[in-house]
Design a protein around this ligand. Sequence first.
Ligand code: SAM
Ligand code: SF4
Length: 328
Amino acid sequence: MSLIDGFGRSVRYVRLSVTDRCDFRCVYCMAEEMTFLPRARLLTLEEIATLSRAFVELGVEKIRLTGGEPLVRRGIEELVAELGALPGLRDFGMTTNGAGLVKHARALYRGGLKRLNVSLDSLDPERFRALTRTGDLARVIDGIRAAREAGFQRIKLNAVILKGRNDDEVLDLVEFARKEQVDISFIEEMPLGQNMSHDRGETFCSSDDVRAAIETRHTLLPTTETTLGPSRYYRMADSDSRIGFISPHSHNFCAACNRVRVTAEGRLLLCLGNEHSVDLRAVMRRYPGDLERLKAAIVAAMQKKPERHHFTTDGDVQVVRFMNMTGG
Ligand code: SAM
Ligand code: SF4
């Protein structure tokens, strides 16, 4: 069995949000004051495991846990161990802000998690604090090192670049990635959620601008490598670190989209930039233990996957959900 949408795209990758909560309040992701979901509306860990099993039985090869911040969800280590043992799951990753890695990295690795993406937008402690509103840079850097010591290979940093906020740090972030022997992807900011702290039209920084900044120091060699995600990768001749660009605005990647997302409430979102969704929590709570019914609901939902997103760079909000609701 496999998941094919109405445009012939095969869905092999699911991003699962395990919580909408977070210990950070990044300016492009959340408002300063947030109201989070009551616990009863979140999928239970059991429901998340059931959903994951259903997806893998439907041909999904890659699952990435995200949030909110996945490491603030109680029981995350047990969930990782359960999913890590799913036969057929070839690639199992997590996107984290890194603050909890000193505490959790070993157990995650032991549980079968294979890949870690750690968000890091600045190497200046004060600026890091301003961008995340609460984050402690030293703790995140310690977390990245703890993850490497725990055994994680090919850790990837994710940096959202905002003009006037951190675009002058692109080269420093590349040097950091080279020194720490990790990969790094630069992300264009997406218009998700009402944004109070900056005007997105003014802060937009395209991947082409970021690449041009890097090319003042390094020659970037394009590669065809893929991690089933939207990054386009480049290599440098003198380093093992890869440099990726996630460019929803400037290089639309919808034609090759192989992904769906599940929110912390169990809403299957067919596209990051649209509202088309199906309530899988309702299916699981109405028919507990009925995996076949759940799988049928997922197969049927594929026909709702839209052809593409319609993000623009003029600062308009196109999707009212914040990224932490979506599972970035
Ligand atoms: N808390 C984890 C973290 O920060 O890595 C996982 C969830 S976070 C929503 C996932 C990724 O989405 C992060 O790399 C973050 O930088 C990115 N992100 C959040 N809001 C965004 C936005 N409006 N545009 C582009 N990327 C965004
Ligand atoms: Fe939290 Fe990640 Fe959103 Fe930052 S980007 S507020 S760390 S969920």
